[in-house]
Write a new protein. Structure first.
Length: 418
């Protein structure tokens, strides 16, 4: 329940994990007149929406640095037990702090920002006072002064922390980066971004494309997520992935976003170069930069050199092999070598549906339609075939004079698009 200071008619909402137990103890030690208000089922944590703000002289609440809030929340749950009625507990519960953080930032990105808003109000509609748990005694005194309460400041400096957890998990910088990404807007709103590093340049690209600010934050989190499994295997094998490689991946994806979503090649080039400064040997970045160089700078020789450089790092890198096959066929006019590269790429990773369709089109263009149909047929017959595979297969069937079958696959492609 919330705290109503009856003499001053002030209301203090108790945001979870921001010093509520300490505040209650100090109110009693100060001898302030108060009553608990709200729904007992909410325990101490009734929301702003549960009250009519106009009935109170002032309304306040506290926030906390998200980096410490998540650690405190997990430690508390490890000691007191998880409560599945809360979304963070239901979806992110884990006895491992790293797993908890990973789940929280990907399943419920920005969850804490939503929690804070439910106590302090939306931006532009905030309560009268917002304190910070890091300055708990000083800020609580400021709230009491704002409310008009008379109290002894010395009481607020006496005693020790209360309700503090004894569990303190390891907190590597990588986890702090994930929480910073997840709670970026909230940390900026309440002044917690100051001093935090921004190695992926999120602030810069959000300023360039403000309408896509949220998508860019989620793109960075997605980039991290898709690499966790392979990175964990490397770490277990004693080959931890450098932070610079993780940052390079995000910069590379930001370059792709600028190049293809925003048609902003100038900025895309800046981001590719930033990624390669962080990790000069990152294969996918080298390959994507090569494609950029071929398309926007018209330098096929340099593009080829960059792709070969990527393959010196990862000789069987499927993505680079496939793109080099395209470059060899389209820009270097060497179809025999291109075919070898296409086959090497598919042998390294048979799940490349788009590349398989591209290779089938390449074969058909060399009057090898039956080979193309044999290559693409099994994938096209699959119930999970994508639209590109279906359309390519329909085109191949039409080329082979099998028009009725071609129309069936065109209909399937239309259904897949819908």
């Amino acid at each position: 329940m919330a705290i109503h200071l009856t003499r001053s008619n002030a209301l203090l909402l108790l945001t979870p994990k921001t010093g509520s137990t300490w505040i209650r103890r100090k109110i009693r030690e100060l001898g302030l007149a108060f009553e608990d208000v709200g729904d007992p089922a909410m325990r101490e944590h009734d929301l702003l929406a549960d009250f009519d703000r106009s009935r109170y002289s002032c309304v306040g609440a506290f926030v906390r640095d998200p980096l410490e809030w998540y650690r405190s929340y997990w430690s508390y749950r490890m000691e007191k037990g998880w409560r599945p009625q809360y979304p963070l507990d239901e979806h992110c519960q884990s006895e491992d702090f790293e797993t908890f953080v990973r789940r929280a930032v990907t399943v419920l990105p920005g969850a804490l920002g939503n929690i804070y808003t439910s106590y302090v109000g939306a931006p532009g509609e905030e309560v009268d006072f917002i304190g910070r748990q890091e300055n708990l005694a000083e800020d609580f005194a400021r709230f009491l002064e704002l409310a008009g309460e008379t109290f002894d400041r010395a009481v607020l400096t006496e005693g020790s922390r209360v309700n503090a957890t004894t569990i303190r998990p390891d907190y590597p910088e990588e986890l702090k980066e994930l929480i910073t990404l997840s709670e970026w807007e909230t940390m900026g709103r309440f002044g917690y971004l100051a001093g935090r590093p921004d190695p992926i340049g999120l602030a810069e690209i959000q300023a360039r494309y403000p309408e896509a600010a949220g998508d860019l934050r989620l793109l960075a989190l997605w980039t991290e997520k898709i690499h966790w499994a392979p990175d964990d295997k490397k770490r277990e094998a004693g080959r931890p992935v450098p932070a610079e490689t993780r940052w390079a991946r995000v910069n590379s994806n930001y370059a792709l976003f600028a190049e293809h979503k925003k048609q902003d090649p100038e900025y895309a080039g800046e981001r590719y170069r930033a990624a390669l400064r962080l990790d000069p040997a990152h294969p996918r970045t080298l390959c994507n930069h090569a494609l950029y160089v071929a398309q926007h700078e018209g330098d096929t020789a340099e593009a080829r050199r960059l792709m070969l450089r990527a393959l010196t790092v990862r000789p069987q890198h499927p993505y680079t092999l496939g793109k080099l096959a395209w470059l060899t066929a389209e820009r270097l006019d060497d179809p025999e070598l291109a075919e070898v590269l296409y086959r090497q790429s598919l042998a390294a990773n048979g799940g490349q549906d788009e590349l398989r369709a591209e290779f089938a089109g390449f074969l058909a263009g060399r009057d090898r339609t039956q080979e193309a149909l044999a290559l693409l047929g099994p994938a096209a017959e699959s119930a999970t075939a994508d639209r590109m595979t279906l359309l390519t297969h329909a085109s191949l069937l039409a080329r082979a004079g099998r028009l009725a079958e071609a129309r069936d696959f065109q209909r399937r492609a239309t259904d897949a698009a819908a």
